[in-house]
Design a protein around this ligand. Structure first.
Ligand code: FES
Ligand SMILES: [Fe+2]
Length: 385
């Protein structure tokens, strides 16, 4: 009985659909759902987020909208239709929807039928080259928690990237709160400046809950302390070395957004301190060349041939994480784990999720997560040397 209860409690962590406890927790937050450049004015795309099939389109004004994936009439895919003004018209019989999902016109039916037809429509906003959506009930919260002062400073080159991995979102979130993995996963092979900065020493770990999520401190030496601020429910803010030893460190925000229970969108921002026009052009070229790498497209080469990609920061690091996380399976069996003391971050993470799920289940107010007023300087100086 006990084992079964534990099993179902563990399983709850991996679900994202509406009506599931974790799915309802996730729906209280803004999530990045696409890079801003992935959809142009007048274009529509089909996307799946939190297990829901959706249509992402930009009106002719350039404003983004997120509505249901299927037309209310006879359920064909809406993105195959036409964007007209700020609306989208279905290809099949021409029903036209506004950005809230309300049908405004059903040409072969008339106004009464159109007025009653509504598909989902969600609030969207753009930030740092990403399109964010709020898929919860009621009014969207203020767009505050996803923001980071480090992304908004002058003199930054801000680039957004995304990739989709074929595994459950929660094991990708857990990886963010597992500092020990860095000493192993990211030291294998050729790792460039990151490997020089993050030594193979086993860090001393501290995790504590903050207003925004969990602060993680991994101390490898007095001058090598790696700190990250993880924000509930799925964002990590880290700093990583730049392209070369001389380059300034890069602030990165990475969100692990469930596509469904077996696919996760790893989407985020690189905030790169400008090094002048010449060097910035090289950085852009570097991203152009290596930034669209997705380890999922090289699954067999990574697992069967141990063939690692060349570029340390944009390719090798995600490939290493991919092998470790996908090696757990698409959905890890947490009941069969043997956690140790170094898994304190994962234990804290799960406790917080269960606590928030319980609050929703009991109809109690959930924690009001807030952006940190004074985010820590990440990491302490000296770590890069
Ligand atoms: S299925 Fe969309 S208008 Fe008929
Ligand atoms: Fe990693």
């Amino acid at each position: 009985m006990q084992a079964q209860q534990t099993n179902s409690k563990m399983q709850l962590l991996s679900q994202c659909a509406a009506g599931t406890p974790a799915g309802e927790v996730l729906r209280q937050f803004w999530h990045p759902i696409a890079t801003a450049e992935s959809v142009r004015a007048g274009e529509a795309k089909s996307i799946r987020i939190l297990g829901e099939d959706l249509t992402l389109y930009r009106g002719e004004s350039g404003a983004p909208y997120l509505v249901g994936g299927l037309c209310a009439h006879r359920r064909t895919l809406l993105h195959t239709g036409w964007v007209q003004g700020e609306s989208i018209r279905c290809i099949y019989h021409g029903w036209r929807y506004d950005g809230s999902g309300q049908c405004r016109e059903a040409p072969a039916e008339g106004e009464a039928i159109a007025a009653k037809a509504k598909i989902p429509g969600y609030a969207v906003t753009q930030y740092c080259g990403l399109i964010f959506a709020y898929m919860g009930k009621g009014a969207a919260p203020e767009f505050d928690l996803p923001r980071k002062g480090a992304f908004e400073k002058p003199g930054l080159v801000v680039l957004a990237r995304k990739q989709i991995w074929p595994c459950n979102w929660f094991q990708m979130v857990e990886n963010s709160l597992d500092a020990v993995h860095v000493s192993f996963v990211h030291l294998a092979g050729k790792v460039g400046p990151f490997g020089e900065a993050v030594t193979s020493g086993i860090p001393q770990l501290e995790y504590h809950e903050t207003d925004a999520g969990i602060r993680q401190v991994a101390t490898r030496a007095a001058n090598n302390i790696r700190i990250s601020d993880w924000s509930f429910p799925n964002n990590n803010h880290i700093v990583t070395p730049g392209r070369s030893k001389q380059s300034a460190w890069v602030h990165r925000g990475v969100w692990n957004v469930p596509v469904d229970d077996h696919h996760t969108m790893k989407i985020g921002v690189y905030a790169i301190p400008s090094e002048g026009p010449e060097k910035d052009r090289e950085t852009l070229e570097h991203f152009e060349r290596y930034g669209d790498y997705n380890p999922a497209h090289h699954h067999d080469a990574l697992f069967n041939e141990k063939k690692w990609p060349d570029d340390p920061s944009l390719q090798l690091t995600p490939a290493q994480d991919y092998v470790a996380i996908m090696g757990q399976g698409r959905l890890v069996d947490r009941n069969a784990e043997r956690l140790g003391t170094s898994d304190a971050g994962i234990v804290l993470l799960r406790r917080i999720f269960w606590r928030e799920m319980d609050k929703i289940h009991r109809g109690e107010a959930v924690k009001q997560w807030r952006r940190l007023e004074e985010p820590v300087d990440l990491p302490v100086q000296g770590a890069a040397e």
